[in-house]
Design a protein around this ligand. Structure first.
Ligand SMILES: O=C(O)CCC(=O)C(=O)O
Length: 254
């Protein structure tokens, strides 16, 4: 599904956009699943929609921003289980991670029209550090994304600098690393942006009249061990390619 040159581009730059991984029907199925999850979550007392925080905007502006984030969507709708271990995804992941690939977690991100919140620049590493840094995100686009509706932006090659200290372990200092520093990665619905968890990335607010809906799946080599007891979730470890060579059971504090 990808060429050796594309895999080499990923290794050098820490990211790779692969076009047309999912077709129109598959995208429609994920969009419908997203809407249904949001509806069910709104009716549930367990809704953990992310309320936006940070000091990169005045509090009164922050209050107006909305980001619907929802973890582990593949435990909520089988459309996402099919997507995250789709043979086209598996063939790409094999070339970027290696023969054995495992899911760490998934997350849906919906930036509603006009007030969808920004994501200040950060690495994903502080949220779930691992020893060998094989962890990478696959951001599945359910909508066309561009600068106007807050597409992802990355700093090419930043994965080579290793882990960088984060403010309160969440974001990089926005004065030192403004979102505008990133290379915009516009994409079409069905495209997938792959990026290493050390690649600095973020996205701006959605200023358009269109939603920006993505599902982000984190994958790793199963032999790459967590270096901190954080971000453990139910059912973590679904194999997408190859086999799991270790029988050690990783149990977190939860
Ligand atoms: O999808 C985005 O705009 C950014 C998401 C992100 O950076 C994250 O969840 O770590």
């Amino acid at each position: 599904m990808i060429t050796r040159e594309q895999a080499e581009f990923y290794r050098e730059n820490g990211y790779l956009l692969v076009e047309g991984v999912f077709n129109r029907e598959e995208v429609e199925e994920m969009r419908a699943a997203t809407e249904a999850i949001i509806e069910r979550a709104a009716l549930s007392k367990f809704d953990h929609n992310a309320a936006w925080q940070g000091e990169y905007l005045p509090p009164e502006q922050l209050k107006k921003l909305v980001l619907k984030g929802f973890h582990d969507v593949h435990y909520h709708d089988a459309a996402f289980t099919r997507a995250l271990c789709h043979p086209r995804m598996a063939s790409i992941l094999k070339m970027l991670i290696g023969p054995n690939v495992q899911v760490h977690h998934s997350k849906m991100l919906v930036k509603p029209p006009e007030n969808g919140a920004a994501f200040p620049m950060h690495q994903d590493h502080p949220y779930f550090p691992h020893e060998r840094h094989t962890m990478m995100a696959a951001s599945i686009h359910m909508d066309d994304a561009d600068l106007e509706n807050g597409c992802l932006q990355v700093i090419p090659g930043s994965h080579k600098d290793g882990p960088i200290p984060h403010v309160g372990s969440h974001y990089l200092n926005h004065k030192e690393f403004p979102i505008s520093m990133g290379t915009p990665c516009p994409a079409k619905a069905g495209d997938v942006l792959f990026f290493n968890y050390l690649t600095i990335h973020g996205s701006d607010v959605n200023r358009s009249t269109r939603p920006r809906r993505n599902v982000l799946v984190q994958y790793r080599d199963p032999e790459d061990m967590p270096s901190a007891d954080v971000h453990v979730n139910w059912g973590q470890g679904l194999m997408v390619c190859g086999h799991n060579p270790i029988f050690k059971e990783y149990k977190g504090a939860h």
